[in-house]
Design a binder for this molecule. Structure first.
Ligand code: NDP
Ligand code: 8X3
Length: 249
């Protein structure tokens, strides 16, 4: 499969790597995000015939519709939606977390993803396209400080499975990709720019790279039309599960 892909959150990390990999595999990409200069750099690097920059905040439906309303002809029919834009904010336990952070995560990871998917689904059905949602291992495994972030990713995972049911018979493929630790700007964003926290988390751990996930996205997209990858969980070898915690009185 190839054609036109829309990748949200393409200014950094997994999304940018997805655009690079998809273009190398023969796709045209609509690359989205808020940081225009990074999208422009991607266009300059990969070519305006391969990448179209659409600058908007995924939470702003009017800005999104304006940016996607006048796509150049070659980019107008979307065959693949990669719902990647997302973030975690804060690592505090729920009772100490900031409500604004929770709301931002829900608006970005859940509401915006749902809204964009709803907008594009009729065209994706018409074109027998595909949706790849970037969830997380946090969808399945709770951890201290993961509270609402994990909740948003559990939504993404279950929404993906629900879409599969609803799209039964349409030929549209839907996948939830669920990575563990990937070294990107994710931890800098989560901690408000704390470079030490970034270095402590990834240091010596051999985390996955954004390109590892992009390669997986490309592989999923390239499966033959009769085959759907439902969910796919990935971790670095250095990461695994831990046990329950017990509080003693
Ligand atoms: P990065 O912080 O490196 O990239 C996040 C991307 O999301 C950026 O391009 C950013 O663009 C975009 N984004 C965030 N908020 C908005 C917004 N309001 N409007 C538009 N774009 C937005 O993180 P990752 O690459 O790691 O994260 C990508 C996805 O992968 C996320 O959904 C994350 O939850 C998920 N994930 C990450 C893991 C990891 O360990 N890194 C593991 C599992 C899942 P800009 O700021 O320019 O708008
Ligand atoms: C990001 C992975 O483990 O930090 O989704 O929640 S984790």
């Amino acid at each position: 499969m190839s054609g036109t892909a829309l990748v949200t959150g393409a200014t950094a990390g997994i999304g940018e790597a997805c655009v690079r990999r998809l273009v190398a595999a023969g796709w045209r990409c609509i690359a989205t995000g808020r940081r225009a200069e990074r999208l422009e750099a991607l266009v300059a690097d990969l070519g305006a015939d391969k990448v179209h920059a659409a600058v908007f905040d995924v939470r702003d439906e009017a800005a999104r519709d304006a940016a996607l309303g006048d796509l150049p002809g070659d980019f107008a029919g979307i065959d693949l939606l990669v719902n990647n834009a997302g973030l975690a904010l804060g690592t505090a336990p729920a009772q100490e977390a900031r409500l604004d952070d929770w709301k931002t995560m829900i608006e970005t990871n859940v509401t915006a993803l749902v809204s964009l998917t709803h907008k594009l689904l009729p065209a994706l059905v018409e074109r027998r396209g595909a949706v790849i949602n970037i969830a997380s291992v946090a969808a399945t495994y709770p951890y201290v400080g993961g509270n609402v972030y994990g909740g948003t990713k559990a939504f993404v995972r279950q929404f993906t499975l629900g879409l599969r049911s609803d799209l039964h018979g349409t030929g549209v493929r839907v996948t939830s990709i669920e990575p563990g630790m990937v070294e990107t700007e994710f931890t800098l964003v989560r901690t408000g720019g704390n470079r030490d926290a970034h270095d402590r988390l990834y240091g010596g751990a051999e985390p996955m790279t954004a390109d590892d996930i992009a390669e997986t996205v490309c592989w999923v997209a390239a499966r033959p039309p009769h085959l759907n990858i439902n969910t796919l969980e990935l971790m670095p070898v250095s990461q695994s599960y831990a046990g329950f915690q017990v509080a003693r009185g």
